[in-house]
Design a protein around this ligand. Sequence first.
Ligand code: HEM
Length: 583
Amino acid sequence: MGNRLIFLYLVLLRRVHLAVVPAPASPCYALNSLAAAGIVLGSSLVACKEKKKNKVPEIKEEKPEKKQLAPGFKPGEPEIKFAEVQKHNSVDKGIWVTYRDGVFDITKFVQNHPGGLERILKAAGGQIDPFWAMYAQHNVASVKDILGEHRIGHLSEHEYKNLPPPFDPYQTDPKRDPELVVQAAKPFNAECPLSQLAKQEFLTPNEKFFVRNHLPVPTGDLVDPKKYVLEITPGEDQNPVKLTLADLQDEKRFKRKKVSAIVQCSGNRREDQNSVAQVEGLTWYTGAISNAEWEGVALRDVLEYVGVPSDLGMKSELEGEDEQLHLQMEGLDRPKVGEWRDTKGFYGASIPLAWAQDPRRDIILTFKMNGEPLPADHGAPLRCLVPGVAGARSVKWLNKLIVASEESQSHWQQNDYKAFNNSTTWETADFASLPAIQDMPVNSAISSPPAKSLVQLTPEGCVEMKGWAWSGGGRGIARVDVSADGHTWTEAELQRPEGQSLTRTWAWTLWTAKLPVPAELQKPGKALSLIVKAVDAQYNVQPESIESVWNIRGVLCNGWHRVQVTIQPKRVAKTRLEFGHAD
Ligand code: HEM
């Protein structure tokens, strides 16, 4: 009980802190970045305010003054040898750690550590830098302030410089396409380049597909296609059934299934919310979305094969909310430092079991993406692809499936991807009061022309626009409207995904439009705001303002998308050839 109270106090402290921290002034900032520490950026706590189009932005590093490397510096504090720190490595001897060049006695703190005693003891007598690089929740000022309270001294400059560099758990991550727009390097998070989105290809090439990782990409035997094993627990108190990749790919056992589907991060377009007021999370522009053709086997078939009655999920829902069953998913991505792997800290999510078994939801266990074996960044060798739902539920590097009476208890299901109202602050946010984000709301964005570009008007006085639109839960797109003033609208031409009905649409709808610019705005050098909004097949429409959907976590940003452009100073006249006068 005591621990719980202290934990709540710590969390409150953090929330209060976050609520009062002003938006950083620097154009690109990374919390907890430091060259000597190997620069590891927390997954959801990194914000780069300005990105150059289609270029990998340089992650700028703080170069703090010597004495500000670690929190809690006290003038006159002693210099402590690292060998002395190493001696304090147990509850009996006291627990000292270093963070950057600071030395901290955390003996009193460890018992109340929200992440548990066992974990914090892994760092006893050594550096916490590599651990904090893994657990993004530490990469906030409020947690560093707590650490600062326990400061007892610092390492000498010479000794600090000569410490072996902290282990980089991301060193085994795969090579990536340099055109991906990187929003965080470690863990790796990057947008599909705008130039790719503007091509309007239904299938995003694998190497240009946006990447959302929470932890290092798993490596070794566990993800080796020849040794890979999926563990499925068909119900509480039942033994898990193991299936190899070869079992799943055996076409005599499971029929193959292909689905063209979007994966989108629920924080896509977060930057628009940042323009209202700073939110917490990766600064996604419009490219945390891509579409691919996924091939695999129907999840419902696999569940049935291991003994889950095909109507179990539906029946559980009919019995009432309390009886609803869930399908928990666990990934193989988990924090690791050196040889140590956190067996309890895996990435996890869940969906209602009824969806997992519903043939209409087209959920598959996928091992191929656009005809290629699944790439490492996208979950090789096996990913659970949940179309129409927040990307966070399409668990990569799938390790376990568990039929359970409760949702996944993971941080990402319980305490992360939820959208509060505009007035809720970190102090008042009660994550338990809201459902986890699942089906995504209707959304759209302009892929061309890009923001801040010069646009040529067509001879008819139109601006040519293109982009994407989609809605969650299989709802197709009924209409896409574009405007230059927010009052007069023109319907865009839609390219809907082939073979997907309006009630089972999982891929994006691509649109193009010729937007007539009102005569009074057709002035060379005039700034224009191009606007798009989409309407889905159930007539849900994107809300006008970003303010109305603003929330502290910056998720589900689906207000009208606007792009500011300037009319090219001179209208380009049609050539004689175009008019048919080829003389
Ligand atoms: C002096 C060192 C440390 C301090 C002061 C510290 C402090 C904290 C604080 C304040 C939180 C709560 C953050 C929040 O949710 O707002 C937290 C959570 C956590 N910490 Fe640490 N920590 C330390 C070291 C470690 C180490 C070495 C590990 C792992 C090996 C670790 C693993 C975790 C985990 C997994 C959580 C999340 C717990 C949950 O949400 O269930 N921490 N820590």
